[in-house]
Design a protein around this ligand. Structure first.
Ligand code: ZN
Length: 413
């Protein structure tokens, strides 16, 4: 049984580490505050009899000492967005340890022979949140190899510090912990519980697909000129064309199923003077969906709309795909197992998707992975008001423990 008081105390301990000006959690990726949180979690893991260690990418592993057989892991992350919430990352981290406590008692029915039965451990991924370096899930992507250590040189924070330098300093802060090799080949299953970030989800969410962002940049070139002397019919205003593109993006996403969403989040205008007609506008588009076909339909519709806008406004438009993320399917058997466990335990649950990125979607490349969402209460996620109900947290822990218990006794495929 999950220990409700211990869960509450640990969430509070992480929350207290460092607070931002708005009163929220402030533990940026690879910061001193993230390292401090990792130390705290390592201490809690040691209390459970696990051996905590840090891998070269900054991820915390807490594994049964001396064990070289298969493992099942649970966990999330401890870094936060600026002025973030109490639950994002922290919840799955604290529940990961509860899971280990729950599963650690060996099952007398299993023979316990090494190489047959798996043992539980925790995996807490580093630098999951994107704001500091403009890139998220750094620890898990380094782990699975979709991000290379050399890429960290290119990622810089607002003060010019590279992610490589920040990781180095962060590892120094954690040098009291042993350095471990990630036991990737021994991972039989992984589970991450996360607070939901979409208010419409009102019951335990079993995630079957995670949308990956596709990002485009659009450059529109018109002609700049004097705001007082150029007649309206002569103009080739890049910003006015960009305004039509923004609306076209919105319309194209609205024409798709609700799971496909698109956002124009940035716009830069040149020369950017109040008395000069904009000659150039650059837009950044983010689109996410769980259906590749729907995202492809959106892509086609937006490209056609932009070509038409460029034609009737007499401007040139260039569309560049900057990042081609594809939706990631979570492990189908674990989804079925989680829905069945919820039914058995009387927990209201539903199959759902994630529009936000998570470590689980990357870890899915190396082990069958489960991602569960606890309904969001209080204010929005990524804000200090982010909330969750303890009764629903406990239900998520019970469902996850049940699924992982099954994975522990499964023969390795
Ligand atoms: Zn998170």
């Amino acid at each position: 049984m999950p220990d409700v008081r211990r869960i509450a105390e640990r969430l509070e301990a992480l929350w207290r580490i460092r607070r931002g000006p708005g009163g929220g959690a402030d533990r940026a990726a690879f910061s001193a505050a993230e390292a401090k949180a990792m130390r705290l979690v390592a201490d809690w893991a040691a209390e459970l009899g696990l051996e905590p260690g840090i891998d070269a990418h900054g991820n915390l592993w807490a594994l049964p000492p001396g064990w070289s057989g298969p493992v099942v892991t649970a966990g999330s992350h401890v870094d936060t967005v600026p002025d973030g919430g109490r639950y994002d990352g922290a919840l799955g981290t604290v529940l990961g340890l509860e899971m280990v406590a729950d599963l650690a008692d060996p099952d007398p029915r299993a023979g316990g022979a090494e190489g047959d039965e798996a043992r539980p451990g925790a995996l807490i991924c580093a630098a999951e949140e994107a704001p500091r370096f403009g890139a998220g899930t750094i620890g898990s992507r380094l782990l699975v190899g979709t991000l290379a250590p050399a890429d960290l040189e290119e990622l810089r924070d607002g003060t010019g510090v590279s992610a490589a330098e920040a990781l180095h300093e962060y590892l120094e802060r954690l040098s009291a912990l042993p350095r471990v090799e990630p036991p990737l080949a021994r991972m039989r299953a992984h589970a991450e519980v996360h607070v939901a970030q979409r208010r419409a989800l009102r019951r335990l969410g079993v995630v079957s697909t995670v949308a990956a962002p596709r990002r485009y940049s659009v450059t529109i070139r018109g002609q700049s000129g004097h705001a007082g002397e150029m007649a309206m019919e002569e103009r080739r205003d890049a910003l006015a064309a960009a305004a039509e593109v923004v609306l076209a993006v919105e319309a194209a996403a609205r024409a798709e199923p609700a799971e496909t969403v698109a956002t124009v989040g940035t716009i830069a205008v040149s020369p950017g003077a109040v008395s000069v007609i904009p000659g150039e506008a650059r837009l950044g588009i983010d689109v996410r969906g769980i259906s590749s076909a729907s995202v492809a339909a959106f892509d086609g519709a937006v490209r056609a709309a932009i070509a038409e806008i460029a034609r009737h406004r007499g401007v040139r438009a260039e569309v560049t795909l900057r990042r081609a993320g594809e939706p990631v399917a979570m492990d189908a058997e674990l989804v079925v197992a989680a829905l069945a466990a919820a039914r058995r335990l009387g927990v209201p649950a539903t199959q759902t998707w994630s529009g936000a990125g998570h470590d689980a979607q990357h870890l899915a490349a190396i082990a069958p992975t489960l991602l569960l969402f606890v309904p969001l209460q209080g204010g929005e996620s990524h804000t200090p008001q982010e909330g969750a109900e303890m009764s629903e947290i406990v239900q998520a822990a019970e469902v996850t423990a049940s699924v992982l218990r099954g994975a522990i006794h499964l023969a390795r495929p």
